[in-house]
Structures are given as C-alpha cells and as structure tokens.
Design a protein. Structure first.
Length: 234
C-alpha cells in the first residue's frame, strides 16, 4: 500500500502543490506496477499552523482529484498538525478513506477511520522500531483496499525527490512502520519525512531497477539503496 509523505514539519500547502504531488503520486504508483483500484494515501500532517483551512482543503482535493483521475482510490492519513477539524475532513475532503495516526487527531464524524495506527514504546521487529496499523471497517462498512499476496525480494537503488513516490521498502533513521492486515499478515514499510514508502500486508508490488521518475516539485535528490521486499502485481 503506497503512501506519499510530505515535507518537514511547517510546510505550506497550496492547490497547485496538491495537483503536482498528486500527479507524481499517480504516475509513480502506476510505474511501480500497482493495479488501478487500490488505495494511495496522502499524508496530511505537520502543516504550517497559520495556513488557512480553505487552503489545506484545496490542497487535499487537488491531490485527491489527480490520484482518482488515474484510476486509484485516494485516502488521507490524518496526522498531527493537520489543521483541519474532523467535520471538515468528513464533509470537505473528496474521499471516503481515512487513516488515523497514533498522534492526537480529531475523530471523523459519521464515517470514522479504516486504518488505525498504534505507537507502542519499545515495539520492534528484528531490532527495528515499528508502528502497528490495524485495518477496520468504518461505520459505513467500507475498508482499506489492499492487494493480494505474492512474494519476491530484489535489491533496488532509487532516486528520491521530495513529493515523489518512493518505490522501495527503505529503512531510514531507524523508524519503520508496519501495516497489519486482519487476515493478510504483516508487512513492513518505511516512514521517512518528505518521501513516500510502501506499506501493506504482503503487498504484491515490484520496483523496476531503472524505473523512470518525473522530477519532483522541490527538494534536492537523494539516493537511497534498499531492499524491495515486495512482489509484482498480477
């Protein structure tokens, strides 16, 4: 399951930035090999506190529109300092999929969340700190859209630019997130500020060694070498 991370805390969203980031997200998720119809997540957190609520909403909906137009199903990860209230998230954002972070965040009225993050001090897998995420049906009976299970391992070197999808499972700064699917098993993915990582229960994704990348809107390119423990979608 791919999620596109934002820049460092204090970043300023705009409608145009939402369009650019959303277009990058859709293009790179498709290029990785994800099939249309799965969730792609916007990371909404760390927004500059003085940003108007309307600007944040415009940013989110521009991102959502780009991802949806490419055939993917947008969702929003609600993190700390997202600026918006629960009412605004439910009524104003044009998506039905919400992911609750382990921080103090607003409840989503009526619908609720489909993915719930739990941060437990000292929780680790193989000595790497993780966050656990539980999938649940929301109050309308809808849930996260995962992929089916396949397995493959290949080393990949990627060029990562802020706002561009990161196609590998990458350990960075010792912090790894684990998305736990109720019946599908566990799969670790990376949390890195300003970048995107892959999460999901045995997510059947493949990264091409020479995957093409469109330039991101901002930020210097940084090279990372990682192990892509995912598989090719059928």
């Amino acid at each position: 399951m791919p999620v596109q991370h934002v820049a460092r805390e204090g970043w300023s969203p705009t409608k145009q930035l939402g369009t650019t980031y959303g277009r990058n997200a859709a293009a790179h998720v498709f290029d990785i090999g994800f099939p249309r119809g799965i969730n792609v997540w916007l990371d909404l957190e760390g927004v500059k506190p003085s940003t108007s609520h309307g600007v944040v909403i415009d940013y989110c909906n521009a991102w959502i529109a780009e991802v949806a137009s490419a055939g993917f199903v947008p969702g929003v990860y609600v993190g700390a300092k997202a600026v918006l209230s629960g009412e605004e998230i439910f009524w104003r954002l044009q998506t039905k999929h919400f992911w609750r972070s382990g921080s103090k965040v607003p409840d989503i009225p009526h619908r609720g969340y489909q993915l719930i993050q739990k941060i437990i001090r000292g929780d680790d897998v193989g000595g790497i700190d993780i966050d656990r995420n539980l999938t649940v049906n929301d109050n309308f009976g809808q849930s996260v859209l995962w992929l089916s299970q396949k397995a493959a391992i290949e080393p990949v070197t990627e060029v990562v630019t802020q706002g561009v999808i990161e196609v590998v499972t990458q350990v960075e700064r010792g912090r790894v997130a684990a998305c736990r699917g109720a019946a599908l098993g566990d799969r670790a993915g990376v949390v890195g500020a300003g970048r995107t990582s892959i999460h999901g229960p045995q997510c059947p994704m493949t990264a091409r060694d020479q995957a093409k990348r469109a330039p991101g809107p901002a930020g210097a390119e940084r090279r990372h070498t990682a192990t892509n423990a995912a598989a090719r979608a059928s």
